[in-house]
Design a protein around this ligand. Structure first.
Ligand SMILES: C[S@@+](CC[C@H](N)C(=O)[O-])C[C@H]1O[C@@H](n2cnc3c(N)ncnc32)[C@H](O)[C@@H]1O
Length: 205
């Protein structure tokens, strides 16, 4: 099975219990981080890897948002949440590595806990750069490989098992990947679990 089919299959399977498994992702500090980040969205908005729609409750009202995901299972869960949003959210089945949008289409692109899962993260981030307007901004909340030695060792050790069972790669270096895609990283902030969960902002370059 190719990497894309594998990812789709894994997330379709995970969609059945994702909300239950990640209920803490939309509570407490996690909710605050998501909400603060999403207050910054502006203009034409794309959320990449929208999943089951965890972020829909945090967007400011009256926005026009397009949410894409590779997994039909995740998108079907997001449908219900999108209906509760006081604005408009269109959901589309799409691969982050091959976005069906014209160059420079979006003012804001959002990703939360996605680039741990996209099979070729640099290809996906290059696509984001392509569809971002030159004045646009990428807002990310992502988990990455810790740089602290004992933790880094354990994360590298567990990464293949976690990826096989659940899907995400817990040892990605997403800040470097954003830089490699050609975008300009303008903010990196450690927000949770030491240096693992980060807020990363980037702009078109
Ligand atoms: C950990 S979930 C995060 C979902 C959501 N963003 C959140 O914050 O809860 C990762 C999501 O990325 C999606 N994904 C993985 N690879 C993708 C790709 N190549 N294109 C689009 N979505 C992808 C998965 O289907 C899944 O919904």
């Amino acid at each position: 099975m190719d990497a894309k089919k594998g990812v789709k299959k894994k997330w379709d399977k995970t969609s059945r219990f994702y909300d239950w498994f990640t209920f803490m992702d939309v509570r407490g500090k996690n909710a605050k981080i998501r909400q603060e980040m999403l207050q910054e969205v502006d203009g034409k908005i794309l959320e990449v890897g929208i999943g089951t729609g965890h972020n829909t409750q945090f967007y400011p009202p009256k926005r026009n948002i397009i949410g894409i995901d590779i997994s039909g299972g995740m998108l079907s869960k997001a449908k219900k949440k999108a209906l509760g949003y006081l604005g408009h959210i269109s959901l589309l089945s799409m691969d982050a590595e091959n976005l069906a949008f014209k160059d420079h289409s979006f003012d804001t692109i959002v990703s939360t806990c996605v680039f741990c899962s996209v099979p070729d993260p640099i290809a996906g981030l290059k696509e984001i750069r392509r569809v971002l307007k030159p004045s646009g901004k990428l807002l990310m909340y992502e988990h990455v490989l810790s740089k602290r030695l004992p933790l880094k060792f354990v994360m590298n050790l567990l990464a293949p098992l976690v990826a096989r069972i659940f899907g995400p790669h817990i040892n990605r270096n997403t800040v470097d990947n954003v830089k490699k895609s050609g975008m300009d990283v303008i903010r990196v902030e450690d927000v949770r679990f030491l240096d693992i969960f980060k807020r990363i902002d980037a702009i078109y370059k």
